[in-house]
Design a protein. Structure first.
Length: 128
């Protein structure tokens, strides 16, 4: 049977009076900092993070288009497909897919026709 003394439990080097080398301390600090950063992100060090999901209402708050346009874009494959959750009658979208789609759409026209203002039409008629 091994007997633990008070010195063995309180001193990190094992109670024999020796101290850890600076490189060991530095690597231990680096590990603690890495673990703290992971914890801030909400992920456990060895477990994969769950993908965030958004309801249709949340998607429409991020992407300011009409519901029918969302359905049409999804049906034509121009928007990420949502998934139905069995037994809940709810459709959810993966947040990372919606964000990626949003970033890829920068500078592109999303909806149907481009509507011109009355002023633009009036100016076009005058120059013709």
């Amino acid at each position: 049977m091994i007997k633990n003394t008070q010195a063995d439990r309180s001193h990190p080097s094992g109670g024999d009076g020796t101290s850890a080398s600076p490189s060991v301390i530095t690597s231990a600090i680096a590990k603690v900092i890495a673990l703290a950063a992971m914890m801030e992100d909400g992920a456990a060090p060895d477990k994969p993070r769950a993908r965030g999901m958004l309801t249709e209402k949340q998607v429409l708050a991020i992407v300011p288009i009409a519901r029918s346009t969302l359905w049409r874009l999804e049906a034509t494959g121009r928007f990420p497909k949502g998934v139905y959750i069995p037994g809940t009658n709810r459709k959810l979208y993966f947040e990372d897919e919606v964000r990626h789609w949003q970033e890829s759409m920068e500078g592109q026209q999303i909806g149907g026709r481009c509507r011109k203002s009355a002023k633009t039409l009036k100016t076009a008629k005058q120059t013709a």
